[in-house]
Design a protein around this ligand. Structure first.
Ligand code: PLP
Length: 316
């Protein structure tokens, strides 16, 4: 490479992505003597917020520089990644194709309505076909069908995504001891671990049941990206509330409380569970007094309307 990036020349703002850190005030924090900050990655970009923007940044650059005019990816019908790729396509002039898990429905949910309005072409894969989406056979078929497409994995996690997420670390402007983040594929967490290079302590909160497999994935990603292993991180696996996109009344109550107390909207799939876990750990004296904690708000708010509709609860 070594050639100045035309992509970055045309889109200089892509390099300037920065989000504020906000001090949270809560009687619990005062009682336990801890400082808690929220890194507002949800404010990073108006339509491609949170970690999805970090994960896409260098992928968009790679797609443009390899002459691809299309982004092709995979996700569930409520996926933040699908919404983010659709928005990125509209903003940076890529055609977008989304392979959606499940059946087509007559009326599109808010996420897929948004994606379609951004110009994304949707295809549906039944659960069986979706499971096979990463097999060489299927990928080869896609490459043959769409030679002009840059393929992004489900959730957007690859090494370029780690590179983007590592940039969250130097964008934190306060002193702190712990960095907390929700985890789906673990790509964001792996990027943060890479970015910290062994400094501070990192706690990840898996949104899925059975976080052990995730630990392996993260170790693999970090080692692959940095050539190093780090042991300044751990997963708190007990805050999944029954599994991905599963919620319970106490989680809904917590999300409503958090919104009231801090005037910050959060969603229940990722950030809500992580912050619930943080409150629980603080309550149980996990952190010594005078500890400073930065929790990352990874965004995901596009899905709130659909979730409220689907679950019949009020989250805002
Ligand atoms: C996708 C997503 C995550 C999970 O990110 P991974 O890199 O897959 O672990 C966390 N929070 C929000 C809001 C997301 O949309």
């Amino acid at each position: 490479m070594g050639v100045p990036s035309l992509f970055l020349f045309y889109y200089p703002n892509i390099m300037k992505a920065s989000a504020p850190v906000q001090l949270l005030q809560d009687p619990l924090f005062a009682t336990k003597g801890v400082q808690v900050y929220l890194k507002r990655e949800d404010l990073l970009h108006p339509t491609i917020p949170g970690n999805k923007w970090r994960k896409l940044k260098y992928n968009l650059q790679a797609a443009r520089e390899s002459g691809k005019n299309t982004l092709l990816t995979f996700g569930g019908a409520y996926s933040n990644h699908i919404a983010a790729v659709a928005a990125a396509g509209r903003e940076f002039n890529f055609r977008t194709i989304g392979y959606i898990r499940g059946e087509a429905h007559l009326t599109l949910n808010p996420t897929l309505t948004f994606a379609t309005n951004c110009g994304m072409q949707l295809h549906y894969l039944d659960r069986e076909a979706y499971r096979l989406k990463n097999t060489p056979f299927f990928l080869e078929k896609l490459r043959h069908e769409y030679p002009e497409a840059y393929l992004l994995p489900e959730g957007g996690t690859n090494l370029l995504a780690l590179k983007g997420c590592a940039e969250i670390v130097p964008d934190i402007t306060v002193a702190y001891d712990y960095l907390l983040c929700a985890a789906g594929t673990g790509g964001t967490l792996a990027g943060i671990i890479a970015g910290l290079a062994g400094e501070k302590q990192v706690i990840g909160f898996p949104a899925l049941k059975g976080g052990a497999f995730l630990k392996e994935d993260i170790v693999h990603l970090v080692t692959h990206y940095t050539g190093q292993t780090y042991d300044n991180w751990e997963l708190q696996t007990q805050y999944h509330f029954g599994g991905y996109a599963k919620i319970k009344p106490e989680l809904v109550a917590f999300i409503q409380y958090f919104r009231q107390q801090h005037q910050v909207p959060i969603e229940p799939i990722y950030t809500g569970k992580m912050l619930y876990g943080l409150y629980d750990l603080i309550r149980n004296d996990y952190f010594k007094p005078n500890t400073a904690i930065v929790a990352i708000h990874t965004g995901g708010l596009q899905g709130l309307a659909g979730l409220e509709e689907r679950l019949g609860v009020r989250l805002t």
